[in-house]
Ligand binder design. Structure first.
Ligand code: KPL
Length: 319
């Protein structure tokens, strides 16, 4: 049993130590908060986290890790650390959110707030139903970070981050201030769902097309992709409208064109997932549009077509 003295200030936890989780950890600790990671795989209780900034400045910090796999810790240690936790920022992929929350749900303190930060949409609907007393917020970020090694990230873009409330009790003002002060270019936005739909539109166009065409984001500026892009956006605008969110097709089209230009040299996350034979986030991107469309009796042929094509790619390597 890996019992350790827990030195982190347990107010804020980061569930998931991917590139964005590590970036938020770095920003929170640089602002004076001492968060800790909740991970599943790690058996160690501490890790040196290396951060390389946009200006290539390298800094190290020591991160505390708590495993949610109870065979590695006593239930007591997990429960007592979680007991003091007021905010958990969930930075796992959309398809991992449910099981990551399930692993800690029974020990979650009544007042602990959950904040989801991932590409795509959907998990907030399930998590809201699972939580009894805890409040739920979501966020979207265009900050960029790349893992150079398991505990070394390089910041790849400054970007902005928006958070907002979804259900249950609201995030206390002190924690909101702590978060907005630590995360660079971040804002609290109510309502937040229109912003998540906007980000969904960007991902619904760029991610599947670049994965299917095996191209960089910038290649989507070619005129022959415009008809398909127009269809994806029109369907999404209609589904969002049925969901009570008004979006402007022209504004979305211009924003997507801008992201394509700004990230022209990048390979999208879905392109990288397929290239590295990993599960993609297609269920939470095109899949979410299709599901919401079906609920409202709408069709979403263009998104359905991309969804199926990405599923075919995944089926070649996922069992
Ligand atoms: O969020 C992205 C992703 O790749 O997932 C975009 C904005 C498309 C940048 O590549």
């Amino acid at each position: 049993m890996n019992e350790v003295e827990f030195k982190a200030d347990p107010k804020v936890a980061i569930l998931g130590a991917g590139a964005i989780g590590q970036l938020l950890y770095h920003q929170l600790s640089a602002a004076g908060t001492c968060p800790y990671f909740i991970t599943r795989k790690e058996t160690l209780s501490k890790q040196t986290l290396t951060f390389t900034s946009l200006e290539n400045k390298v800094s190290d910090s020591e991160a505390q890790l708590l495993s949610s796999a109870t065979q590695l810790h006593s239930d007591d240690q997990l429960a007592s650390t979680l007991a003091g936790t007021e905010l958990i920022i969930v930075c796992v992929k959309a398809y991992q959110v449910r099981s990551a929350i399930d692993a800690i749900l029974s020990r979650l303190p009544k007042q602990c707030h959950i904040l989801l930060l991932h590409n795509g949409m959907g998990p907030h609907l399930e998590v809201a139903k699972q939580l009894s007393t805890q409040g739920l917020s979501v966020g979207t970020t265009s900050q960029g970070a790349l893992k150079l090694a398991p505990w070394h990230i390089q910041q790849t873009g400054s970007g902005s981050t928006q958070f907002g409330h979804v259900s249950g009790s609201k995030l206390p003002e002190t924690l909101k201030a702590l978060l907005l002060n630590a995360i660079t270019h971040s804002q609290w936005c109510d309502p937040i769902l229109p912003l998540l739909w906007q980000k969904l539109a960007i991902n619904a166009v760029i991610n599947p097309l670049t994965a299917i065409e095996q191209c960089r984001n910038g290649d989507l500026a070619a005129p022959h992709y415009q008809t398909m892009q127009g269809k994806i956006i029109s369907e999404l605008v209609e589904v969002a409208h049925a969901d009570g969110v008004e979006l402007d097709k022209l504004v979305l089209t211009n924003r997507i064109d801008e992201v394509i230009k700004l990230t022209a040299n990048n390979f999208s996350s879905m392109h990288q997932d397929v290239a590295n034979k990993r599960q993609t986030e297609i269920e939470a991107i095109s899949g979410y549009i299709i599901k919401r469309a079906a609920i409202h009796g709408l069709t979403s042929e263009a998104n359905q077509q991309l969804f199926e094509q990405v599923k075919v790619l995944e089926s070649r390597y996922l069992s």
